[in-house]
Each structure stands twice: as structure tokens, then as C-alpha cells.
Design a protein around this ligand. Structure first.
Ligand code: NDP
Ligand code: 2IT
Length: 450
């Protein structure tokens, strides 16, 4: 089966799922040429099998708001692949959540998790519930209603969810509490738990820190470092916040952050104090990014209009870190980055760059790190949380951070080695896709046609 046949197969079966098709197409274009070296894997239709979820659960979530009004949301869990470990991946609460979005995320998660070296399969879930503007009580009620069904399908050796957009420590707490009540057992069924009830130090920081560790590794291949690098960051949630923190710690300068209303441009750069303000604004007061610009002199705020490009990416900088959501950096944005001679793009979000955008970056020699490699620090540290839960132990901050550091370095080396071996030296996208795929493929081959 050549790439056209495979994509026809996937498009036919998933014709109304554009994000899922986009994610499969990227992996297929990397992996199919590589598979010419492995006719045994082609014959077994391993790639085709990875595009079909092992199980997809969709369910009704009914709940009552503070005024007693009934709301109906849709809940999902996509159990995509369990060849190398229990299903593992986050839960997303956002109005744009649908089957296509969750299947793309679960598909990416298979290969990302394989790259971490921690034994975890791929999964993802969530709901079209919109947490914005909901009271604390409504968030709890929704989480409990969601768990009344999801609890039947997960377990610490079966499927271990975590956070993603709209799901952070607060929501994990409510969902973990509901699970424990329903099942009458205390297990590490979630990661991203609070310290003191099974959580791991550094898990909240891990995705953003890991992203910047990965970028540092990329820069080192050119004899450079993060020091004095001007960085564009999009988003202002979990990943963006800790990416900014690590950029500051390594001597770089983060000059932007955004939310779905607009972005701020702080030419002087974030400091530890300004970042503390942003974290309080977003994590406690749950306000809008505009307030950051209102609070500090010299910071500009721009509303994001529905245009064909995002002006955040046309600000001159050395590094760009999209940390908000899928398809937030398109071909025009990529051309603007090229014009400004950006050195690297490191994806903190999942699939934030469109396929056309990726081509522009790679064709123009910009180092490009795909999310499944560069944002894998989050799930890798979730894996470390699972290990600590099974061992009944807690590692120190320094221990977890050292392991995260080593894992990101290893992923970086793995990507470069696979890229070189398969004739695409320096291409992190092909390297990540091929290395992640081959690990899962060998496990599927050993386990038979199931
Ligand atoms: P959060 O919910 O903490 O933050 C999301 C941020 O992105 C917010 O600033 C949000 O703005 C913005 N955003 C979300 N949707 C849109 C949109 N449609 N348009 C513009 N801005 C948007 O999520 P995370 O930081 O956890 O996740 C960010 C990205 O990183 C996602 O792609 C996620 O899949 C990925 N990721 C997360 C990991 C984790 O451990 N949390 C691990 C690996 C990847 P607003 O508040 O206005 O909605
Ligand atoms: O996209 C991701 O890797 C995450 N949202 C984290 C998943 C996890 O299980 O920690």
C-alpha cells in the first residue's frame, strides 16, 4: 500500500474528521518511505491498524447549573493503542472538542508516548464543555457527572487520564475524588494529581520545561544556547507559563503571551515577578490576558481578529514556541518567521503548525520540532508519576527534573538518529514520526494480529 492508498483508506473511513486526517497524513508521509526498509511491517498493515482506535467511547454528560438548569454535553475517551502500555493521555474540556480533534490527539499521543521511553500506550478524551464563566460549584458538578460514566472505562493499569486544555489541577482533583468514591479504591488512575495525594513534583512544570530543554538541545547542535534568545510564546495556560519560566531561568527573553481574545507584546520581556502576575491572573482569578498589559507599563495588547494570519508570529525573535492550540501557526505565519530569520520553532501545543506552515519552515532551513517530540516532557513526567505511585514513593524535585532532562535529551538524540538513518538528516519531524512508529510497530508485530 503506498501513501495514496493509505490516505484514501483513512479519508474514506473518517471523511468528516479533518484534524484526524491531517495528523495521519503527516505521520504517513514520514513513515511510508521508511517502511520500504521493513516490508514485514507493511504486510502486517501496522500503520493502517494504528489509525483505527482500539476502542472509542462516547457518552452523554447531563448536569445541573447553579440556577437548576439542565445542560447536556458530550464526553469521550479514545483508547487508541495499547501495544506498549496502558492507554495514557490527557482530557480536554473546550467547546471545540469533537471526535476528530480527540482522535488526532490520541493518534499523536501513541508516537509521543513511545518516544518518551516510558511504557505508555496512546489515548485522549474530553468534552465539549466550556469551563469559561462557570462557577467553582458548576465545574465540580460537571467533573462528577463526567466521571459517573468515564470511571467505568479507566483504571491505573488500563487507562490513565491527565490534563490538557481546560483541565488542570482543580479538575483532576474533582475527577479523582469522584473516581475514588465510585470505585471505592485509591489508585494512581490520574496523573497531574496534587502533591500530598499521589502527585509528582515537577508534573505541572514538565511540558513547558521539557519544551525549553528540547530547544536548548536543538540550539546546542548549532553551538548556541537559550541565553539572550528573544522568544515568542503563544498561549498563557499551563504549557506557556512554564515555558516562559524556563526561558527566563536559562537567560532568554520571552516577549509574548496570548489567549483566545488577544496577545500581549512585552518588549522588555517577562520577569519572574511579571510571570507570577500572569500565573495568578490565569490560574486563580481566571482573567483575560489584556489585564497583563493594563498592569505593566510598556506592554502592548492586541486583540486577535479573525484574519488569515496571527500577527504575534510577525514579531522579530530568535525562537517561536506555539503553546496554545492546533493550527495556530499557518503558512503566512511561517513566512513571517522566515522573513525575520527565526532560528527554531518548538511546538508546545499539539499540531499547532499547519502542514503548509511546516513545509515553509523546513524548506527554509528553520529548525522545527514537532509537538510529539518537543512537548513529550509532560506525559513523560506523568509516566514518572505512575511509577512513583506503583512504587509507593515520592521523588524529590531534583530527581524528577533530572529524569525529565535526561528524557528530553534522549528524545532529541532519538529523533536525530532516526532522521539520519532514514535519509533525512536534521529533520526532527521525520525522525520523531519514524522512531515513535517503529517502536510501536515492533510491539504490535510481536503481539499478533489483534
Ligand atoms: P490550558 O488550558 O492551560 O491553556 C490553553 C491556552 O491556549 C490558553 O491561553 C487558551 O486561551 C489558549 N487557547 C486554547 N484554545 C484556543 C483557541 N482555539 N484559540 C486561541 N487560543 C486558545 O492548556 P495547556 O497549556 O495545558 O495546553 C496548551 C496546548 O499544549 C494544547 O495544544 C495541549 O494539547 C498541549 N499540551 C499540553 C500538555 C499538558 O501537560 N498540559 C502536554 C502536551 C501538550 P483561553 O484561556 O482564552 O482559552
Ligand atoms: O498532550 C499531552 O501529552 C498531554 N496533554 C499530557 C498527557 C498526560 O497524560 O500527561
Amino acid at each position: 500500500m503506498n501513501s495514496n492508498n493509505l490516505l484514501d483508506f483513512v479519508k474514506l473511513r473518517n471523511s468528516h474528521e479533518p484534524e484526524f486526517i491531517q495528523a495521519v497524513e503527516e505521520v504517513a508521509l514520514s513513515v511510508l518511505p521508511a517502511l520500504e526498509k521493513h516490508p514485514d511491517l507493511r504486510k502486517l498493515k501496522i500503520l493502517e491498524r494504528t489509525t483505527e482506535p482500539e476502542r472509542l467511547i462516547s457518552f452523554r454528560v447531563s448536569w445541573l447549573d447553579d440556577k437548576g438548569e439542565v445542560h447536556i454535553n458530550r464526553g469521550y475517551r479514545v483508547q487508541m493503542n495499547s501495544a506498549i502500555g496502558p492507554y495514557k493521555g490527557g482530557l480536554r474540556f473546550h467547546p471545540t472538542v469533537n471526535q476528530s480533534v480527540l482522535k488526532f490527539l490520541a493518534f499523536e499521543q501513541i508516537f509521543k508516548n513511545a518516544l518518551t521511553g516510558v511504557p505508555m500506550g496512546g489515548g485522549k478524551g474530553g468534552s465539549d464543555f466550556d469551563p469559561k464563566g462557570k462557577s467553582e460549584n458548576e465545574i465540580m458538578k460537571f467533573c462528577q457527572a463526567f466521571m459517573s460514566e468515564l470511571s467505568r472505562h479507566i483504571g491505573h493499569r488500563l487507562d490513565v487520564p491527565a490534563g490538557d486544555i481546560g483541565v488542570g489541577g482543580r479538575e483532576i482533583g474533582y475527577m479523582f475524588g469522584a473516581y475514588k468514591k465510585i470505585k471505592n479504591e485509591f489508585t494512581g488512575v490520574f496523573t497531574g494529581k496534587g502533591i500530598g495525594w499521589g502527585g509528582s513534583l515537577i508534573r505541572p512544570e514538565a511540558t513547558g520545561y521539557g519544551l525549553i530543554y528540547f530547544a536548548e538541545n536543538m540550539l546546542q547542535t548549532k553551538g548556541q544556547s537559550m541565553k539572550d534568545k528573544i522568544c515568542l510564546v503563544s498561549g498563557s495556560g499551563n504549557v506557556a507559563q512554564y515555558a516562559i519560566e524556563k526561558i527566563i531561568q536559562l537567560g532568554g527573553k520571552a516577549v509574548t503571551a496570548s489567549d483566545s481574545n488577544g496577545y500581549v507584546y512585552d518588549e522588555a520581556g517577562f520577569t519572574t515577578e511579571k510571570l507570577a502576575f500572569l500565573m495568578d491572573l490565569k490560574n486563580n482569578r481566571r482573567g483575560r490576558i489584556k489585564e497583563y498589559a493594563d498592569a505593566f507599563a510598556g506592554v502592548k495588547y492586541f486583540e486577535t481578529k479573525a484574519t488569515d494570519h496571527n500577527p504575534l508570529w510577525s514579531i522579530p525573535a530568535h525562537c517561536a514556541f506555539p503553546c496554545a492550540t492546533q493550527n495556530e501557526l499557518n503558512e503566512k505565519d511561517a513566512n513571517n518567521l522566515v522573513k525575520n530569520k527565526v532560528l527554531l520553532v518548538g511546538e508546545g501545543a499539539n499540531m499547532p503548525t499547519t502542514p503548509e506552515g511546516i513545509n515553509v519552515l523546513i524548506d527554509n532551513g528553520i529548525m522545527y520540532a514537532p509537538g510529539k517530540a518537543s512537548n513529550a516532557g509532560g506525559v513523560a513526567t506523568s509516566g514518572l508519576e505512575m511509577t512513583q505511585n506503583f512504587m509507593g514513593t515520592n521523588w524529590t524535585r531534583e530527581e524528577v527534573d533530572a529524569k525529565l532532562h535526561a528524557i528530553m535529551k534522549n528524545i532529541h538524540e532519538t529523533c536525530l538518529a532516526a532522521a539520519k538513518e532514514y535519509g533525512k538528516p536534521g529533520n526532527y519531524m521525520h525522525g520523531a514520526n519514524i522512531a515513535g512508529f517503529l517502536k510501536v510497530a515492533r510491539a504490535m508485530q510481536a503481539q499478533g494480529v489483534i
